[in-house]
Ligand binder design. Structure first.
Ligand SMILES: [Zn+2]
Length: 419
């Protein structure tokens, strides 16, 4: 899928100045007291204590819960049932402030992208065909990519049946909930993932893994002893796979409501002003580049990393880049197993509709343009994107991304814990 960039009028400079001021203040407040591995930092650091509330088995259980609804394709009963389930999870975590965005989706399903043929081996500088999406450059081996649309490619008859209802055009819904800031309720960070999938699997990695990450953050940050100065919105977008339609609808419907108190004098802000947008998509699988045979290793590579991307062509690129580096620093201080890498080619994800308005980044298993686009994830949009495909080492990469975002977000929103 190719994504056109949306450009909106924006009060860019003002937002940049404010966000940067916010970063400086927050970073000073959350300045590390001691170095060393996370376990050695003691329990006085509220961010460390929050990160320790993340748990591999809980994260896996959340992914597993989403796979009950098959591939959760948009415009189907299984997708609507998944939205209901997600809302119930959010409420059960104490994020009681749930709401739904409603929009209409009429487009017919896009045809599958033309599969890119595998072509192994190095390509010299200046070779044609190295351009990837988002402005990226593809080096090295490639493997085919595409979207499976053949029901019979799914060997599990029960799952095939679960995924059998076709999509129909019409009304769509997506759910979000909001942790209200204690000091600045009218300002928020948005943390998102898309809950729809396709390809006749369980959409376990794309994007059960990102949705589960956002649910886990909602669980922890809405704990009864957690306070944040600023608000945080947890958004589970629909219709990502058809071209970011759910997140685009959100931006179109709500961008002009930012920061307005409603009713006046109530202290309530239905749409707090956006300070940043952090998107999560495909968090589990970093097995490296396809080999000369076009195949990817069955094992998580030891060098696996969390990829944090901003888009260098966005109007808010400067501030987005600073946000990305803050995530890198949060990863180095708080993640337990896997490092983070920062790149400038964010693309094809729900942070794209936000990127000219606010600092926007994406967090993934791989770089979207140069790596996923070159076939580094053989389960992407395939019948093999099911829970049982992934090992604990894969799930642990997703958990490390959760540690990274939780730590960064806790700093940005100035989270504190009651003792
Ligand atoms: Zn996805």
């Amino acid at each position: 899928m190719r994504c056109k960039r949306f450009v909106f009028a924006s009060s860019g400079a003002l937002v940049v100045a404010f966000v940067l001021a916010g970063f400086v203040a927050d970073r000073a407040a959350a300045e590390p007291s001691a170095g060393g591995p996370p376990a050695a930092q003691g329990s006085d650091d509220p961010i460390q204590r929050l990160v320790e509330r993340l748990d591999l088995e809980k994260y896996k259980a959340s992914v597993k819960g989403l796979t009950k609804f098959g591939d959760r394709r948009q415009g189907t009963d299984r997708n609507r049932a998944a939205v209901d389930w997600i809302e119930a999870q959010l409420k059960s975590y104490g994020c009681a402030n749930t709401a739904r965005l409603r929009y209409d989706y009429q487009a017919t399903p896009a045809p599958s992208p033309t599969p890119v043929p595998a072509s192994a081996g190095p390509r010299g500088a200046g070779a044609s065909g190295r351009s990837g999406q988002g402005g990226s450059t593809i080096f090295g081996g490639r493997a085919p990519i595409g979207v499976n649309s053949d029901p019979n490619a799914q060997p599990d008859a029960v799952l095939r049946q679960l995924n059998s209802q076709p999509t129909t055009p019409g009304a769509r819904e997506e759910v979000y909930c909001t942790k209200i800031g204690a000091i600045h309720p009218g300002e928020m960070y948005i943390v998102g993932a898309h809950m729809d999938g396709h390809g006749w699997g369980e959409a376990a990695n794309d994007d059960g893994s990102g949705t589960a990450l956002v649910l886990e953050l909602a669980r922890i940050l809405n704990g009864p002893d957690v306070r944040t100065d600023r608000s945080i919105r947890f958004a589970l977008w629909n219709n990502e796979e058809t071209g970011l339609n759910g997140s685009r609808a959100y931006v179109e419907q709500r961008k002009d409501l930012q920061g307005k108190q409603e009713p006046p004098g109530s202290g309530k802000y239905p749409e707090p002003r956006w300070l940043g947008m952090i998107q999560h998509d495909m968090m589990l699988f970093d097995h490296g580049m396809p080999g000369p045979d076009g195949k990817v290793s069955p094992q998580q590579r030891r060098e696996a990393d969390v990829n944090v991307e901003f888009q260098s062509s966005a109007k808010m690129a400067e501030a987005a880049q600073k946000l990305a580096w803050l995530f890198k620093a949060a990863n180095e201080k708080y993640a337990t197993d896997y490092p983070a890498a920062v790149g400038p080619h964010m693309t094809n994800t729900d942070s794209t509709p936000f990127m000219d308005l606010v600092p926007a980044i994406s967090v993934r298993e791989n770089e979207r343009g140069a790596q996923i686009g070159a076939g580094w994830d053989p389960h992407w949009h395939q019948p093999t994107d099911v829970f049982k495909t992934f090992s604990d080492k894969d799930f642990r990469l997703g958990l490390n991304a959760a540690q990274t975002t939780l730590a960064a977000l806790a700093q940005l929103a100035a989270a504190t814990l009651a003792r």
